[in-house]
Design a protein. Structure first.
Length: 670
């Protein structure tokens, strides 16, 4: 048992000082925590996953905790879950060798979700210590027998032994987010609710047996961690004090070397990787403080909602020993390297938009990053290296300073090109700067500021308020080795609704009807009644409606979907925006399309009932994809020095525009 004579304090508040975790000495306090990437190849940790982790290890992370591996077949939760080590032993050994060679230690997270799985994925009935319903699928789990639970203990131990054989330095047990371990604690506490004194050895007997047997089979040189989370004031979930007491008991028994302290769970996923709306609800500070008060001596790993150096250092001052920076290092693999060298301004900022990490993962796709197009593509999209100073630098002209133009300029300059950028607006950023007005996207301004700093560092010449007539592009192609056209797309001149593809029956094209981008740039006066057709189902519609309502405009949002912002659900932004719009007085017409607009009135149709009616409004706006194609002069599009990218080639999300820009610029630089 641990020595409880003093309250343990964090060993250092220096992010870059070493730390002993069990028998493992980490070179610094920054961890790439466990997160599902879906980068496995047929369930094997192949070259894509290896390159993803190795790049962040080279960037300076002291510890990499690889994505959770389901310990038993019935707890598979994704088609892309990694297989067990014996099914791909050489792949796992190659993975651990790559991470070690890049300078980091590596642990594997072991997971069992109990009842909270989708049996259509695992094709097996869910298992739980007590009959209970799933919070992620419309199913229930039968009461697990003693034999079932003993078999799961064996599975945990087998997976730990296999991880050690594959070269992992330790394992982390998934005790958070109301998974199986927490379900056993909840069931045991419920059974003992009438007892005056809680016997924590009874409450924790399942998790304790797993820990004891792993210690017995793998030895004390093999690190063992426990991940927990709290979700206060939520029925059916362990109270925070119970979670802290359970952790303290494991620590007193000497069962674990570190504790990962998180927030949220399957009853409320919003605070697991929170968007800007939910960051104030993250409980890591309270968990760490509670564990310090309980004299927990195991290393404490704080996780969630830390993106920059000040936030990470604050977590250490609050009592943590380690910080888990997941989205920050997805976005900037060299986070530690830059921070340790005092180059915080070089760190590409995570905007917490969750569009490509959490949002793609929610669709069971492999993760990426809006800000970092190489995330998840490290093995197929190499970073060009600057050419020798003795080489003659090729000249590139980038026309357009939106996201695609910025990324193309940065990547070309990094690859040794002499880059000039022309932008017709007084500020860089294009549509992204306009969208950064919207709630939840305000941090996109930080990304634009980072681009401006990087372009200045790389010597890119920028000329603002400089429009380029399209009929001069052919001539420019003769003056430059490459001309990258990234002028964006004009807003759609007419509304489009996928549920009403024939368009509006009557259309006057009057001044009272404009694309939403124009309305955002020049909002109507307070009190104006504005009808917004939303065919985007993302921030462009719902976020804009919120912002306009908060400017005093009376917004009525029309969507053909059952609720607005459907594409934001996986990113954790749909519900906060819907609540914000409702609290601000905005109205929503769901399952509805606009049939016609004329003389300040819209004819509406409810898609479910078929009912039609007239809705008065002073103005009409629409959020939909543009089909306003960029028309180049004859013969210009075939010029070998011309590259049309981003929305200029076809409107798409910022993520895809930035990715295309990076691919084109990388191809020119290699």
């Amino acid at each position: 048992m641990r020595d409880l004579t003093a309250v343990p304090m964090p060993s250092s508040t220096d992010l870059f000082s070493p730390l002993q975790v069990g028998a493992v000495t980490l070179k610094n306090r920054v961890v790439l925590g466990a997160h599902t990437t879906n980068l496995g190849e047929a369930g094997r940790p192949g070259s894509r996953l290896r390159a993803y982790y190795a790049e962040r290890a080279r960037g300076g992370a002291g510890l990499v905790v690889t994505e959770p591996v389901p310990v038993s077949l019935e707890t598979r939760y994704s088609q892309s879950n990694l297989v067990h080590v014996p099914q791909a032993p050489e792949d796992y050994r190659a993975l651990t060798r790559a991470i070690h060679a890049a300078g980091a230690h590596v642990f594997q997270q072991l997971l069992h979700l109990g009842t909270h799985v989708d049996s259509s994925v695992s094709e097996r009935p869910a298992l739980s210590p007590a009959a209970s319903r799933s919070w992620v699928a419309s199913q229930s789990a039968a009461d697990g027998t003693v034999r079932d639970l003993r078999r799961v203990v064996d599975d945990f131990v087998s997976r730990a032994i296999e991880a050690q054989d594959a070269g992992f330095d330790g394992v982390e047990l998934f005790g958070n987010y109301q998974g199986l371990l927490e379900q056993t604690w909840t069931a045991q506490l419920a059974a003992a609710r009438d007892c005056d004194v809680k016997d924590w050895s009874d409450v924790c007997q399942f998790s304790a047996e797993i820990c004891w047997r792993i210690r017995q089979r793998c030895g004390t040189q093999f690190a063992l961690g426990l991940a927990v989370s709290v979700l206060p004031d939520m029925p059916g979930v362990l109270a925070p004090d119970d979670v802290l007491d359970i952790v303290a008991w494991h620590d007193q028994e000497g069962l674990v070397d570190y504790i990962s302290c998180g927030s949220g769970g399957y009853r409320d996923t919003a605070t697991i990787a929170p968007s800007p709306f939910q960051e104030s609800r993250v409980m890591r500070r309270e968990i760490v403080a509670g564990l310090r008060q309980r004299r927990v001596a195991a290393a404490l790993l704080a996780e969630s909602a830390m993106h920059d150096v000040p936030a990470a250092e604050e977590a250490l001052r609050d009592g943590a020993d380690l910080v888990s920076l997941v989205r920050a290092q997805i976005c900037e693999p060299d986070w530690v390297k830059h921070a340790q060298a005092g180059r915080a301004e070089r760190i590409r900022p995570c905007t917490a938009c969750n569009q490509c990490c959490i949002g793609r993962r929610a669709r069971d796709l492999w993760i990426s990053c809006l800000s970092n197009p190489r995330a998840g593509r490290e093995s197929s999209l190499p970073m060009p290296e600057a050419r020798s100073s003795e080489c003659v630098r090729q000249q590139a002209l980038v026309i357009g300073g939106g996201p695609a133009g910025l990324e193309a300029s940065r990547t070309l300059a990094q690859g040794g090109w002499a880059v000039t950028m022309w932008e017709r607006a007084p500020l860089l950023g294009g549509k992204m700067r306009l969208m950064a007005r919207l709630p939840g996207l305000e941090r996109h301004v930080r990304l634009l500021e980072w681009y401006e700093h990087e372009l200045a560092r790389l010597g890119v010449i920028i000329r603002l308020e400089h429009a380029v007539p399209l009929d001069t592009v052919s001539h420019l192609c003769t003056r430059y080795d490459a001309v990258v056209l990234a002028t964006g797309a004009a807003p759609p001149s007419r509304p489009f609704q996928r549920a009403q593809p024939t368009g509006l029956a009557a259309w006057t094209g009057a001044q009272d009807a404009l694309p939403l981008e124009s309305v955002l740039a020049h909002p109507p006066s307070a009190g104006t009644g504005l009808l917004v057709i939303d065919d985007s189902h993302n921030h462009r519609g719902l976020g804009a409606a919120c912002w306009l309502q908060e400017q005093g405009v009376n917004v009525m949002l029309v969507t053909s979907q059952p609720a607005p912002g459907a594409l934001l659900a996986g990113a954790g932004m749909q519900m906060p925006l819907r609540q914000r719009l409702a609290r601000g007085g905005g109205q929503v017409l769901a399952d509805t399309v606009v049939l016609r607009w004329q003389d300040g009135k819209a004819e509406m149709r409810h898609l479910l009932s078929g009912k039609t009616w007239m809705e008065p409004a002073q103005r009409l706006a629409w959020a939909c994809a543009s089909t306003e194609a960029l028309v180049l002069p004859p013969g210009c599009s075939d010029h070998p020095h011309l590259f049309v990218i981003g929305d200029a080639a076809g409107e798409r999300d910022a993520e895809q525009a930035i990715l295309e820009a990076h691919r084109v610029a990388t191809g020119l630089s290699l």
